[in-house]
Design a protein around this ligand. Sequence first.
Ligand code: AGP
Length: 606
Amino acid sequence: MCGIVGYVGPDSCPEILLEGLRRLEYRGYDSAGIAIFEDSATRILRSEGKLNNLSALLDEKQLSGTVGIGHTRWATHGRPTEQNAHPHKYGRATVVHNGIIENHAQLRAQLLERGHEFSSETDTEIVAHLVDESISKDATPLDAVRQALMQVEGAYAICVLVDGADDTIIVARKDAPLILGIGEGENYVASDIPAILNRTRQMVFLEDGDLAVVKAGSCRVLDLDGNTMERQSEKILWDAVMAEKGGYKHFMLKEIHEQPRAVTDTIRDRLSPAEGDAYIDGFDVDPSTLKRVVIVACGTSYHAAIVGKFLVEGMARIPVEVDLASEYRYRDPLVDEGDLLVTISQSGETADTLAAMREAKKKGARVLSICNVVGSTIARESDGVLYTHAGPEIGVASTKAFTTQLSALVLLGIHLGRRTGKLSGDDARELIHDLLQIPEQMKEVLDHSASINVIARRYANARDFLYLGRGINYPIALEGALKLKEISYIHAEGYAAGEMKHGPIALIDEDLPVVVIAPLGSGYEKIINNLTEVRAREGMVIAVASRGDPDIGEIVDDVIQIPHIRPELQPLLTVLPLQMLAYRVADIRGTDVDQPRNLAKSVTVE
Ligand code: AGP
């Protein structure tokens, strides 16, 4: 999964492209390159590794030109080398690409038979060959790109420069994100909003199958057959600073502290405390026909889905199934008329979740997506979208998107519960009252997180961690473990506490820190039994506990207190200390917190 940016206008663009790529580096960062039209020739610079290498090369080579494209890579086909870095040029065509050309092997074989020679291992280079081949048959640059894409199968967001057409970038998308940025006498292309947010707020979200001819004064959108397509531009309200670190050491830390605001924005104007109800704009369900809810997602979003099961079953008394999208899509799932499929995705571009959604839609399910990116593919292909308003999430390890997903699921539980009649108006009003306190309570937990630094220093060199939780906090144990794994590279496992004695208890000794989520409420006694079993085997226990719990301090090594709240809302608070613990441990270990190794922010490949 890569990042793409492009510019056509009066300004010298090498720096504009580089700045755009810097803001896209969270999407992929193993190599990068730019191509600029200079004196009617296409000049290309590429480098392996982080963007600083390309920046150094640019300082040395001093390119100038007002039309160009750029790319930051996350390798899928071909090792992360300069040779495989984008842009790829063949003959008169230069291409940058995000996605996967699934029939690249066949196309490469056919081109080799026709005497072509390849200079990289990538699937992308094929597009340059196909475009140049059409150009040599006198096709116009636009027709050449269309003819090339008609032969390509798979996912792509591409930008193409053609020698001689040096005032134009031709772009296209299918199953990979691409947006146009509309300026005054200049225009932009980008994989994601932050890349160009400092230059324009007017964005056009291209649809699957769209191509666009981008010039300084115009953007013409058309489909693969050449028919003109109308696309509305949208004003993005995010400010550029939101995309910057706001003074924090890492985006992740900034985003952890943004959670009170993000949850407020997500529940804002969707709740009616008076009527005791929650609204999902532009989406309604008929409770009489709604038989089952199926929630599919990946990674952190999947952990939110498990919490969603507790919330929707608890409030609406409708059976809820939760599935990993990568499993669901290939399981030939049973889908009935009365099924509501809920997809959860921060990016709205995760390939497995998108494919699972398409599979269920094909079988007749209605789809509601809980998504953070306006105009993303999952959002646009859903019957309804409950947008989380986390704002841009740059840190690869998801934090604020997670808690906004949890709040969206509380809204969904109330919405369905009121419509099935299983949640009374009074209960809903009480729940809404407590939900509206959450942002303040989150702030409290985050403002009192200094004690976590001490705990982090004590366990930063541990080889393994075990996380335990029960009921609605079991998925929070999974999430805490995932956060630590992702950014500190320490092996960590989240487990249902009741399952511990069926195996993982064998792991416990004086070297294993065990994080136990033990707030007061249902299952409290049981979880205390579990942590006593850990203590009996010299395990070191860090407990996330309710303020005012008189006993827990006596029986554990470290306590992290959170305000005492009702079980349905506990995950919104119990996860915060776990995010912070993972962050502090990783920061002490000096890992690349915002761009951990081997990971990418949104996984648009299988
Ligand atoms: C979480 O920190 C990771 N970035 C990853 O597990 C992520 O949750 C997963 O890839 C799903 O992404 P999505 O929410 O954008 O679909």
